[in-house]
Write a protein that binds this ligand. Structure first.
Ligand code: ADP
Ligand code: AMP
Length: 207
């Protein structure tokens, strides 16, 4: 059976960057609620569309994201879960539907998060992440992986970033404390280079 990895961290901590590599190395699924929601932004739900929450930096209702995760995990032989759970009620739901082999927290200071998010550029086709300063593509505005155009996410503006970080503090920090209290949380220094972060994560998973 493939490894079941939970990657926690604030917006901009590097979850997407690391998950992509982890999925390749361990041949597991990258399950990310953020990407799933962006691909279904205008889906009508009884609560409204995901877009109406995402553009304000608020959380999409639990019922919508829980169902996305349930369906994705059911189909996966091993996964790295990125962007979920974001509150205690989602964490409780996750405990009901799966066991985990590793719970990792990528720790990064808030000032660094703001700079990472406002400078992030994402491939419109394959979703690979770049940064205007920290992780430049070979050719400006063009994806190294697939040659498609890079774009800035609608919610990566400074104002929405501040809101997302405050939602993280209020709703998601308690999730991290919950796993810490259970004694399963491994903290990783997320301010190292992406390769160093990856080496620390791999060492933890294999220990
Ligand atoms: P998350 O998925 O946690 O929101 P991302 O993986 O998208 O975070 O990373 C946010 C931004 O920071 C991206 O522009 C990415 O290129 C950049 N980044 C990721 N890891 C690092 C790192 N270790 N050092 C500097 N910048 C990074
Ligand atoms: P992300 O790509 O992880 O930064 O998520 C982008 C946005 O999608 C968030 O600001 C939320 O609006 C929404 N979202 C992603 N994951 C979740 C989740 N687990 N619960 C609620 N909303 C989510």
């Amino acid at each position: 059976m493939g490894k079941r990895i939970l990657l926690l961290g604030a917006p901009g901590a590097g979850k997407g960057t690391q998950s992509k590599q982890l999925a390749e190395k361990y041949d597991i699924e990258h399950v990310t609620t953020g990407d799933a929601l962006r691909a279904n932004k205008d889906m009508e739900t009884e609560y409204g569309t995901p877009r109406s929450f995402m553009e304000k930096g608020e959380l999409v209702p639990d019922a919508v994201v829980n169902e996305i995760v349930r369906a994705a995990l059911e189909d996966a032989d091993g996964y790295v879960l990125d962007g979920y759970p974001r509150n205690l009620s989602q964490a409780e739901y996750l405990t009901e539907i799966t066991d985990l082999d590793a719970v990792l927290y990528l720790k990064v200071a808030e000032s660094e998060l703001v700079e990472r998010l406002t400078g992030r550029r994402v491939c419109s086709e394959c979703g690979t992440n770049f940064h205007v300063k920290f992780n430049q593509p070979e050719e400006e505005g063009v994806c190294d992986e697939c040659g498609s155009e890079l774009a800035q996410r609608d919610d990566d503006t400074e104002e929405t970033v501040r809101e997302r970080l405050s939602v993280f503090e209020e709703n998601t920090a308690p999730v991290i404390e919950h796993y810490r209290d259970e004694g399963v949380l491994v903290e990783i220094d997320g301010e190292q280079t992406p390769d160093e972060v990856f080496d620390d994560i791999a060492a933890t998973i294999e220990s």
